[in-house]
Design a protein around this ligand. Structure first.
Ligand code: PLP
Length: 452
């Protein structure tokens, strides 16, 4: 890595130079991409008053059927968010209060919150610090004879090792629940994720690879009983007959997780473009991989063989020792984050703590009065962040491209600018190192949480 101030690139913006994207890249990578015909379609729908599950029945059923086909499953069930889809998936898989559910230690809070919502006990599995996903060994370490389900998250769009996980769950009779919010259209050994376990659930919120016009979620399964139990939780615990029809009898407690047909209409249109967007993300990720391969100390996200990554986000690792700089990992990560933002190019942490470190879990606040732990005599369960070294290592040594605007990785021009920025940092390596050394050395979980 050169140590001279880059003549081609100029000084870093964080060092008083000119930014690569002076106005910031956010405005040129808007997501979702909306075409004029999308606006017309949604306006027609508004005029026609197709705004509830009842009036939007036909379009919702069609969307469910299309996502089921995409994932190689028989049934789809829309909800109002990814979190509610995941909650319905747990109910569908037969998870009951007091059961244990294994959850990745690195993920989104919704993945753990749904377990608590179901009155069940989250048990965390560590992640591999290179793939950022769980594997069969870490999940096996979290299983017990009380485990009812394992939630696997295909984090950032990379499929988890589903063959091994499937085998492990089949051997132990545990339901396998896939969270494919980041990974719609990704596949594992040629088979689409979402349909590889007992049930899959995904967010189609407007930031995702498959974006709705706001919030939305979908669950997929080939098991009719799973689908019908999930459908019951979705609508106030209303009884569901074998064919999926509601019976206006509330025999269990449920929620109102009904979906919004206006929001899903946009997702249905985006579904036609999903393959193209995912291809664009993959091509741009390969360009970033090639750039990072030239820079000592920067490591591109791992893509194990058989996994088709769709890069909802691109999480790169940074190793200051390999880069030959004297700053700590925390200083280097923070310096890189600030340097990119100053150039108008967001680099984010996307999670600054493992899930078990959140007070909801660490302090077992749960539903209140220590439930579900206290309700089921499970005060013995503890959540110690140090028990998840893979997640801690990942957070300490990595940053993410692809947020806050989720359109970044589909946008060739913006990715060109990211590549330019990596080159610019490399060309200003000494100044970058000096800047890093001025920053406090703080782990991401020791600074106030922030998205950006
Ligand atoms: C991996 C993952 N799972 C679940 C969710 C929850 O989805 P939603 O925000 O639609 O409830 C998210 C959130 O964005 C997520 O990133």
């Amino acid at each position: 890595m050169t140590t001279t101030v880059g003549q081609v690139h100029g000084r870093l913006a964080v060092d008083g130079g000119e930014a690569i994207v002076p106005g910031g890249a956010m405005m040129i990578s808007r997501w979702p991409r909306i075409e004029a015909s999308d606006i017309e379609r949604l306006a027609d729908q508004l005029r026609a008053g197709v705004l509830t599950e009842m009036t939007g029945h036909a379009l919702i059923r069609e969307f469910e059927a299309r996502v089921a086909r995409l994932t190689g499953t028989r049934y789809g069930l829309t909800t109002n968010s990814g979190t509610s889809a995941l909650h319905c998936a747990l109910a569908g898989a037969g998870v009951e209060p007091g059961d244990e559910v294994v959850v990745p230690a690195l993920g989104y809070i919704g993945c753990a919150a749904v377990v608590v919502h179901q009155g069940a006990i989250p048990i965390f599995a560590d992640v591999d610090p290179l793939t950022f996903n769980v594997d069969a060994a870490t999940v096996a370490a979290a299983l017990s004879d009380r485990t009812r389900a394992v939630i696997v998250v295909h984090l950032h769009g990379l499929p988890a090792p589903m063959d091994e996980l499937h085998e492990l769950c089949a051997d132990t009779g545990v339901a396998l629940v896939e969270d494919f919010s980041h990974a719609v259209g990704a596949s594992h050994r040629g088979r689409p994720v979402g349909g590889l376990g007992t049930v899959g659930a995904a967010s189609v919120m407007a930031g995702k690879n498959l974006p709705a016009a706001g919030e939305g979620g979908i669950l997929v399964t080939s098991d009719r009983d799973v689908r019908n139990r999930a459908a019951r939780l979705k609508v106030f615990g209303e009884a569901v007959d074998a064919d999926g029809g509601y019976q206006l009898v509330h025999d269990t407690l449920g929620w109102n997780y009904r979906s919004n047909p206006l929001s899903l209409s946009l997702a249905a249109r985006q579904l036609d473009r999903l393959a193209g967007y995912n291809e664009a993300r993959r091509a741009n990720a390969m360009r970033l991989d090639a750039t990072l391969a030239e820079l000592p100390g920067f490591v591109a996200p791992a893509t194990p063989s058989g996994a088709r990554h769709v890069y909802h986000m691109y999480r790169l690792r940074i190793d200051p020792r390999a880069a030959g700089i004297a700053a700590t990992a925390d200083q280097t990560r923070e310096a890189l984050r600030q340097a990119f933002w100053a150039e108008g190019l967001p680099l984010v942490e996307f999670q600054n703590a493992p899930l078990p470190a959140h007070p909801l879990l660490r302090d077992k606040r749960g539903l209140g009065r220590g439930c579900p732990w206290s309700c089921h005599g499970r005060e013995d369960v503890t959540y110690e962040p140090a028990e998840y070294p893979g997640a801690l290592d990942a957070l300490r040594h990595s940053l993410v491209i692809g947020m806050p605007s989720h359109g970044v990785l589909c946008n060739d021009e913006v990715v060109d600018n990211y590549i330019r920025c990596f080159d610019k940092v490399a060309a200003n390596w000494t100044a970058f190192e000096q800047f890093a050394l001025t920053l406090p050395s703080k782990a991401p979980w020791d600074v106030p949480a922030r998205l950006v």
